[in-house]
Structure formats: C-alpha cells, structure tokens
Design a protein around this ligand. Structure first.
Ligand SMILES: [Zn+2]
Length: 475
C-alpha cells in the first residue's frame, strides 16, 4: 500500500484554515496534522515538533514518501456537479476521456455529467451505458444525472425504489429538468409533469431555469429587427433577465410548496439571488449554483468575445456579477459548478442563430474562484465549501469532498497567489479554445491527488493511468 506525507501545507476546509500536513495510505486520507502556534504538529492526542513529522512518519510507516510543499494551499479536490462531457454522441466536441483530463488538470477530482447527450440519459438503460463507458477511461471520479422529460416520471420513480440488482437511487446524482431548452432539447413544459418531479423528495432536483415563452418572443423580436445577423450582444436580451426571473419564481414556488430539494443551476441575475434568499427561509433545502463564467464576465464582454460568450442562461450585467460575487462571499451561493460545455471553434464561428451555446471552462473554475476571492476579500474557506464540500454533501457523496481522515484522498494543491495568463494551448481543451484566453488569473494548480494517486505534478499530468472511480450517491 502506498503511503504519502503531504507535508508543510496550508490546509483549507469549509470551516478551517491552518498550517499542517496530510498523511495518505492507499486511496484514503489517514491523518491530518495541524501545526499549532508553538510549532508542534498535533493529531488527536499525539504531538511532536512539526519539523520532525517527516522522520516520525517514515519511522511509523516504512517505505513511505514525503513531499514538502513549502506552504502551498491544499483543498479537497473539486466536486463539479455540472459538466457536459458530450459522450455519447458528440465526440468531436469532447468525450469522457478528453474532458475528464481537463477536469483533473483544473483540480476537479469528481464530476457529475449532465444528461443532454445523444442519446440523452433519460432511462436506467442509458445510465448503465454511460457508467460502462466511463469505467477505466475517466481521469476523475465520475457520476451522472438523469434527465427528466414530459413522459419519463415512472421510469425515474422505479429507479428511486431500491432494487437488488440493476440501477437504483445510489447510481445517479440528481434529476435534471430543463425548464428552458438548451443543447439537446430536453424541455419539460408540461405543468403536471413538472409538479410531479418537484414532489420527489429524496433526490436533488436540478433546474436549468429560463422561461421558454419569453425567450421565443424575444427571439422573434430580434429576428424581425436584425434578420439572420443578430449581434451577439443581443443574446442577453433574448435569453433575458425576465426569462430567468419568471422561471425561477415558478420553480421556487413549487419547491416551497412541496419541500423539494431544489438546486437552481447557473444563477445569473441579481433578482434571482434575492428570490432564492427569501425562498431559503421557507425551504432550507433550496440551493443555488453559479459558475465562473457569471462571476468573471459581464455584458461588456460580448463585443470582444461574440459567440465565445454565448451560453445559456446568458451572461448578464456588471451589477449582476457584483451581486453574484457578494452572494459567493455571504454563502448564499452554495456551489460553483463549471457548466463546462465545449463546442468547436468552427461551430462557434457561425452566425447567432446557429452558433451553439456553451463554453469550455472546467480548468478555470478554481483559478477564477481564487482570483475573485482575492479581489473581493472572500475567505478561502468559502471557496473550499463551494468548490467541493457542499456539492459532495448535497449529493450524498459520503467519503469525498473533504480533507479529513477516512475520506478518499482527492486533494488539489495550489499556489493561490501565482498569476498566469490563460492560453488556449496551455489549457488543452479538445475544442481548442476558451473564452478565458488572455485573461490573467491567480491560482496555479500545482498537484492533484485522485484516490491517493499523484495524477498531476508541477501542473502537468504525471502519466499514470486514469484513476477515476465510480461515485455513489447516498441521498
Ligand atoms: Zn449546463
């Protein structure tokens, strides 16, 4: 069994931030040592001078390895519940192998992939196929959401009932509902079906929240004004703030009525933040996600980026971005999913109507969070919470997302202050571009451990085989 001491770190968790060291045995964290003010390493009832920890460790655990990280920051590896890895059906955009490699290089050690693939993940059979496809090929730990449709409620209900064999509730993350259409067209627009899904209590209900009728009306207006050459700046008026507000109001009302564990994905407006704040008073199980894209960009960037900023919901205004940053700081935002959604540059080069929506971004989640934290004076504990801990807890991923003894050793080690300028090549997405190209960000990922294996060292893949394990979901 391999044994490592990751020595001399700043360890940041959702509720603590301290100097110390992490001991790993096999695929799990076996010890977390804290350096106290007197320079002693303390774990439980044991205490010894911090500098003597490596020798003590190597005596206690023969054939172990010690790495001194000289004060770099350790966080639990990211748990990203919002990715579109495009498999099956769109391998030219990405697949489980290529996109999970990007995840790993960005410090995301576990992910839950969305169901709008081709074919879509809307049944136990499709889920089984995806689980099979990921086995042995995924660099990060993998899980999948099930997609809701107007007609698959009974299929999902039978999966929620535990079966001795076959696919059950532990085998998928949550239930994704598109309240507005996006890539894959999985719109749930039947009100009875929607209410029935919101009555499900033992799974997270994840919503893409935009009102389809408002979008359609705005689109018709834009088409009549601009013909087939709609400027990309108009995206935020088509996928408008009102579309988000109306849809989220409806979802929050249902979630308050039924006690739903509602997770509002990629919140993009200041109004929704206030609505979610109020709704959480009535139903504390309501949670909110935003992504780096909404924390970093605003409507001023459309002119420069054009289709490279086209995502759904649209990126809104500077005041929305400011409100989202504030909500990240105060804890109203629960999780930061990437919404990593690659498309080829060729596809993005089309005119507005046919340029697909979605941005590749999974390697930028952590650097953007760390940069925003520095700019807004947000404690790193908040970042540890939104990047990994809360997501793992929400989806019942019991032994991951935390730095504590007994948890799987999924750890990212970063230099939060190290600046880098993002280049398309450095970030190696299969699709070949990123909207962050040229942006200066803090937070270089130095090392990544997945299931106790060092998969990234000095920012580069170490050449080990994919280490991703299948996630199980206990909620
Ligand atoms: Zn998405």
């Amino acid at each position: 069994m391999t044994r490592y001491l990751l020595h001399n770190l700043r360890i940041v968790t959702g509720d603590s931030d301290f100097p110390g060291s992490i001991a790993v045995e096999g695929d799990r964290i076996c010890d977390v040592w804290k350096k106290d003010n007197d320079g002693m390493a303390v774990s439980g009832s044991r205490a010894l001078p911090f500098d003597e920890l490596p020798r003590y460790f190597q005596t206690e655990m023969p054939r172990s390895e010690v790495t001194d990280f000289h004060g770099l920051t350790a966080l639990a590896g990211g748990v990203d519940a919002h990715v579109h890895f495009r498999e099956p059906g769109m391998p030219h955009k990405g697949d489980i192998g290529s996109e999970s490699l990007s995840a790993m290089l960005g410090g995301v050690t576990s992910y839950i992939d969305m169901p709008n693939t081709n074919p879509p993940t809307i049944s136990a059979a499709r889920l089984s196929e995806k689980l099979g496809a990921a086995e042995g090929r995924s660099w990060a730990n993998y899980g999948f959401h099930i997609g809701a449709t107007n007609t698959n409620l009974s299929e999902i209900e039978s999966m929620l009932e535990k079966h001795e064999d076959g696919i059950g509730a532990r085998d998928f993350g949550g239930i994704k509902i598109f309240m507005g259409a996006s890539t894959g067209n999985m719109l749930v627009d039947d009100n009875d079906a929607l209410s029935a899904f919101f009555r499900i209590k033992d799974k997270e209900i994840l919503i893409h929240s935009e009102d389809e009728s408002i979008i359609k009306a705005n689109m018709a207006k834009a088409s009549s004004r601009y013909g087939d050459d709609i400027p990309f700046q108009v995206h935020k008026d088509i996928r408008s703030r009102q579309a988000c507000i109306r849809s989220t109001a409806k979802a929050l009302e249902l979630a308050m009525r039924y006690g739903t564990r509602l997770h509002v994905l990629h919140v993009s407006t200041k109004e929704e933040i206030e609505m979610i704040r109020a709704a959480k008073q009535y139903n504390p199980e309501i949670t909110a996600e935003t992504s780096a894209n909404y924390l970093w960009f605003c409507s001023d960037d459309y002119e420069r980026l054009g289709s490279h900023l086209k995502c759904n919901p649209s990126v809104k205004d500077a005041e929305d971005r400011a409100a989202l940053r504030e909500a990240l700081k105060t804890g109203l935002i629960d999780t930061a999913g990437s919404d990593h959604a690659p498309h080829l540059a060729d596809e993005k080069a089309r005119k507005y109507m046919s340029a697909p929506s979605g941005l590749p971004s999974i390697r930028q989640t952590l650097p953007v969070l760390l940069t925003v934290a520095a700019e807004e004076d947000i404690p790193l504990s908040r970042i540890a919470s939104v990047f990994s801990e809360k997501t793992a807890d929400m989806f019942g991923i019991r032994d991951r997302g935390h730095i504590k003894p007994g948890c799987k050793a999924d750890i990212v080690i970063v230099d939060p202050a190290a600046e880098h300028v993002v280049t398309a090549n450095e970030y190696g997405y299969r699709c070949g571009w990123t909207p962050y190209e040229g942006v200066r960000l803090n937070g270089m990922v130095k090392a990544v451990y997945i299931n106790g294996c060092m998969c990234v060292s000095d920012g580069k893949a170490t050449g080990v085989q994919p280490q991703g394990q299948r996630l199980t979901f206990d909620r």
